[in-house]
Ligand binder design. Structure first.
Ligand code: GAL
Length: 673
């Protein structure tokens, strides 16, 4: 069994991508000296170094990497070693131009950036296996080696290739998945629009078509592309396991829904020894710390609740958005420790020293262009000391209060063309429900729709358009056995082939929710409806309404106007020992808060009204004790009630009854007892 924690790392991970090949060797000495000053414990090396390691086919130059790794080792810094298979050298592409990926429109992408990979290409696969083998043979038992970092962020920037090799590979995948062309025809509904295939070799990738293509084909292509990347990951991983036994193998995920939509991380989480994640703040006007918390919760959930590791985030601004604000003083530490609160075993960055050349020279780093006499550097040093003071939390697990269902495959299906309304966005609903739970100070685990939910008092389903029958049965059993379920509209509609479940909507959720939906009635852009509740309360919705018929459920809120005026808007169904709520319009924050308030009462979750908004409180617990993380995202000092007394680890101060968290600060208390 490979280990699941970085080998030889005795503290939390702190460091970043280290790309020393950008600098003369004289700079490396200074790098390592400053890394020690900052308390760096691990760096990621070699992720993009193929062209230097194999400058010509079969010619290797490992000398520089030997020296880098030895230097780090002498300084006691652990190495997360990359396999550089995300950037084959130019000689490779000149010999195998067909290894460059092709878009759905038939454009072959050029060399000169990174990530130009056709994952089906046999020459690419062979070359990747070869360089991985060479690295594993050379460094597999190097004492500095803590873990292997395969590739970089599978799924971005190229999520699928549409070339002839991929077409052939897709046909093989279809054969393995369906067994026959008849089964494919049935699953894809090719009887419609005359798309019937007589043989698998007539099938192509879903390339550009005159109008919308077959949705089930498009969905299967996403599955195929994801599975193909996973095949390549597994090939490298297995080489590393064989030649470098006991060293964990990872690849850096990008679980934030705004950053990668092409990878089914539920499946990937089972393939890696240790889940690692990259996270960057998207400055789109929303509360970035809420999105960060969501990505961290999702990463932990993909890891099955086990400790995971934040492998990249930024010390300050990034450089790939239209506008890239610098982080405010203290924000980096709040971000880093926000990930740690939610299960990360450290905080790593892209990148150690800021580049002078190339595409990312305006991206912040641990050591900025301005050197050590800068705010960023001072905050980096302070964070290093802070993480050192938290060493004892290693291995503890974050405690969640509720679960939210999420499924990448359902998201893919939801995003296919020609839906009732393009304004309905599954990700937006997930974000909105998450934010409402966050504001109720509830820590969220994400769960696959077929996962065991019995330990959660409350399960929220923001938008799960595609649901298998097994998932429907799972939710029904969850409610019958005493759970409280909240389901938002356009869930449970189609099966795994994007075929509408038989009978009335919402297919596999009818029984759990005690209702049917006769017809969807999406609203026009900007149109709003009013929804009135039993106590005279009024909520407002937009985007979606529907003609809902209760069949066992009671109506709690009713449409006051709009196309479905007078009909049920929000219902509650008592089933067995539990309760299932259904909401048929898009509620804003206030509406979601009201709905979740009712549901939380059913679930007997006490409100945390004693915590101010934007003061995040999360618990990590383990054999060594119980830790309370309090992150104050506000500009005012905050008071956090403590159930027991404890010791604050960053300041060493004692706290009893309540903890004062200064404006913008983070506190971590080891609770007594
Ligand atoms: C990541 C990538 C890094 C760096 C970073 C910049 O997606 O893995 O290599 O480009 O973005 O934010």
């Amino acid at each position: 069994m490979p280990d699941t924690t970085p080998r030889g790392l005795t503290r939390l991970a702190f460091g970043g991508d280290y790309n020393p090949e950008q600098w003369p060797e004289s700079v490396w000495q200074e790098d390592v000296r400053l890394m020690r000053e900052a308390g760096v414990t691990m760096v990621s090396v070699g992720i993009f170094s193929w062209a230097l390691l194999e400058p010509a086919p079969g010619e290797y130059d490992f000398g520089w990497l030997d020296r880098v790794i030895d230097l780090l080792h002498e300084a006691g810094i652990r190495v997360d070693l990359g396999t550089p298979t995300v950037v084959p050298p130019v000689w490779f592409y000149r010999a195998h131009p067909e290894a460059l990926p092709v878009t759905a429109d038939g454009v072959r992408l050029e060399f000169g950036s990174r990530g130009a990979i056709c994952h089906s290409n046999p020459h690419y696969r062979a070359a990747a296996a070869n360089i991985t083998t060479r690295l594993a043979e050379r460094y597999g038992d190097h004492p500095a080696l803590a873990m292997w970092h395969v590739h970089n962020e599978y799924g971005v920037p190229v999520s699928a290739c549409y070339c002839e090799n991929c077409a052939a590979h897709f046909r093989r995948w279809l054969h393995d998945t369906y067994g026959s062309v008849d089964a494919v025809n049935e699953a894809w509904g090719t009887a419609f629009w005359g798309q019937r295939y007589a043989a698998l070799d007539q099938i192509n990738p879903p390339r550009a078509t005159p109008t919308v293509g077959n949705p089930a084909q498009a969905l299967d292509y996403r599955r195929f592309a994801d599975a193909t990347m996973r095949e390549n990951f597994r090939a490298e991983r297995d080489i590393l396991h064989r030649l470098s036994p006991g060293v964990p193998v990872t690849t850096n995920f990008m679980t934030a829904l705004s950053q990668c939509d092409s990878v089914d991380y539920w499946a990937w989480g089972r393939e890696v020894d240790l889940v690692t994640n990259d996270h960057y703040l998207i400055t789109d006007g929303r509360r970035t710390h809420v999105n960060l918390a969501m990505a961290a919760d999702l990463t932990r959930s993909v890891a099955g609740g086990a400790p995971w590791l934040l492998l990249e985030h930024s010390t300050s601004g990034v450089n790939w958005q239209p506008r890239n604000p610098a982080k405010a003083p203290g924000q980096m530490a709040r971000n880093s420790l926000g990930h740690v609160a939610r299960g990360s075993e450290g905080a790593m960055f892209f990148q150690w020293r800021q580049s002078r050349r190339g595409a990312e020279k305006f991206h912040s780093s641990m050591l900025p262009h301005g050197g050590t006499d800068t705010r960023v550097w001072r905050e980096v040093v302070e964070l290093g000391a802070g993480l050192d003071a938290l060493t004892e939390i290693r291995g503890t697990r974050t405690r969640a209060d509720v679960a939210m269902l999420w499924d990448w495959q359902s998201w893919w299906a939801q995003n296919l063309d020609w839906r009732p309304s393009e304004d309905h966005d599954a990700r937006e609903r997930a974000d909105a429900f998450y934010e409402a739970l966050y504001d109720r100070h509830l820590t969220v685990d994400f769960a696959h729709p077929e996962a065991d939910l019995s330990r959660y008092p409350l399960v929220v389903v923001p938008a799960l358009y595609l649901m298998t029958e097994a998932a429907g049965n799972n939710l029904k059993a969850y409610v019958e056995q005493g759970g409280t379920l909240v389901v938002s509209y356009f869930s449970g509609i189609v099966d795994e082939h994007d075929a509408v479940h038989e009978g009335a909507y919402p297919g596999v959720l009818r029984d759990a929710l005690g209702l049917t939906v006769e017809e969807f009635s999406p609203l026009l852009q900007g149109e709003r409806v009013r929804v009135s509740g039993p106590d005279g309360s009024e909520l407002s919705g937009d985007v979606w309404t529907e003609f809902l018929v209760p069949r066992g459920a009671e109506t709690v809120w009713t449409y006051a106007d709009g196309p479905t005026a007078g009909r049920p808007a929000i219902t509650r169904h008592r089933l067995g020992e539990g309760t299932a709520w259904y909401v048929s319009t898009r509620l804003g924050h206030e509406g979601l808060d009201a709905l979740l308030g009712w549901a939380a009462e059913d679930a007997r979750i006490a409100p945390r009204a004693d915590l101010p908004r934007d003061v995040e409180v999360v618990h990590r617990t383990g054999e060594q004790g119980s830790y309370l993380f309090a992150i104050n995202h506000t500009a005012a000092d905050a008071k956090v009630p403590l159930e027991t007394s404890g010791t604050e680890l960053l300041t060493g101060e004692r706290a009893a009854g309540r903890l004062v968290v200064p404006a913008g600060a983070v506190r971590v208390v080891r609770l007594d007892g």
